[in-house]
Design a protein around this ligand. Structure first.
Ligand SMILES: [Zn+2]
Length: 140
């Protein structure tokens, strides 16, 4: 651990963040960035796996009793989860980009802090709870 002349640990330096209760701390910001990067590689792997499911049925693979309807249904489901994973992946990439710009953690709509609890549950979240709720009401 390196210490400056005054003997204080460098991480206790004060930062010029706006005084807001829900603003992320440096530690939270770092943990969420790690969570985003982990999520990105997980989704990446998931998308590769799901892409296999979307391909037409393999001729070498015995189809057995699985009917054509079942195969089509399975393909539809694979396509839907691939699309959902793709969407989430795009949001994760956007969140990582925002993190690099130092704009991460603020609501895209109202620019208020989203809050650590919400971000910890879904690190790629771009909207605060009230903006998200308003958006979902609009879509209904
Ligand atoms: Zn908002």
């Amino acid at each position: 651990m390196t210490r400056n002349r005054l003997g204080a640990k460098p991480e206790f330096r004060s930062y010029a963040w706006p005084v807001m209760a829900e603003e992320l701390t440096e530690e939270e910001r770092r943990m969420l960035r790690d969570a985003l990067l982990k999520l990105q590689s997980e989704l990446d792997a998931q998308l590769v796996g799901l892409a296999d499911g979307v391909r037409p049925v393999d001729l070498d693979e015995p189809i057995g009793r699985l009917s054509r309807m079942d195969a089509m249904q399975q393909q539809k489901m694979a396509e839907a989860s691939r699309r959902a994973a793709r969407k989430r992946y795009d949001r994760v990439v956007a969140a990582i980009a925002a993190h690099k710009r130092n704009a991460y953690g603020d609501c895209l709509h109202c620019e208020e802090p989203i809050g650590y609890k919400r971000l910890r549950a879904r690190p790629e979240t771009a909207l605060c709870l009230s903006c998200q709720t308003a958006k979902e009401k609009q879509q209904r």
